[in-house]
Design a protein around this ligand. Sequence first.
Ligand code: SF4
Length: 342
Amino acid sequence: MSAKQRIFPVFVPHYGCPHQCVFCDQKSISGQFEPITPDSVRSKIEKMRQGIKRKEQMQLAFYGGSFTAIPESLQNAFLEAAVPYIEDQTFTSIRVSTRPDAIDRQCLEKLKRYHVETIELGAQSMDEEVLLLSGRGHTAEDVRIAASLIRDFGFELIIQMMTGLPGDTISKTLKTAHKIASLHPDGVRIYPTVILRDTPLFEKWKAGVYREHSIEEAIEYCAAIVPVFQQEGIRIIRIGLNPSDDLSSGEAAGGAYHPALGELVINRMRYTEMAELLRKIPQDSDVTICVPAALLSQYTGQHRSNVEKLKDCFRLKSLRIRPVKDDTVTVYTEPFQKGNSY
Ligand code: SF4
């Protein structure tokens, strides 16, 4: 899929899911509470088409369930509802999300025939204990087999992983990221665990059996794994659940829900990078850090939080972050001149 292509999502919440994963409530995540049928797929697309002002490249996505585990006749009916809109070029192709244990050659052959180009595979973790405690009902080996089949068939492969599930630790999260990177997906989505009201995880949390994955912990975990994907050139499509009114107004009862989580993770990575450079600087110095202009806000952090924290942590007299045209990051002590760069 081209980077500029927009996704038009149709949610089929929990359709095809053989298990209740402890953390999941697709209805509250998607806001789709009514049952969905092939007719309602058609009417959603028609409504969207009426609102389009300018023609743009779009992919139709069936999200929120285990698409390839939906009973065959309904699965085909959903796809057939979409086909005329591929033929008239409303959409370039179709994308589906599904489970690793619901992938086989036969279903992939069928998806090819129906113009599916992208498959999002919910792996969530590559640690057997985490998978078990999360009620996933599949193994890490299922993820490996499914990913390899999807790639062999030439689909674009996106893998979804989570951090902070029951039994997870930062070292398990790191191992999961390395194992997922070794499957060579085209992209990943990283979802730190959010405790959704009335899910089994919510009950475990209330009973004190599950400790929540705080926003701070999620930032730490994600800042550790983002470089794993970046080093392999794997696109990170999203970090954190898409914000919604339902989630913000109480459906997200605890855990790592923050509308700008991805931004906080990147800011943390920039903080660590600057902290490494400041280690050599004597206390009480007046310091300027020159950073690429386009990335200035990532380095300063939200509300200049990185600047204030670094200044305190390294006991500096002053700290300025200055945008420059260069791509490099350089630290200077006052007076701000070449000989004083580190
Ligand atoms: S995580 Fe995926 S498989 Fe599990 S219940 Fe939710 S949609 Fe279904």
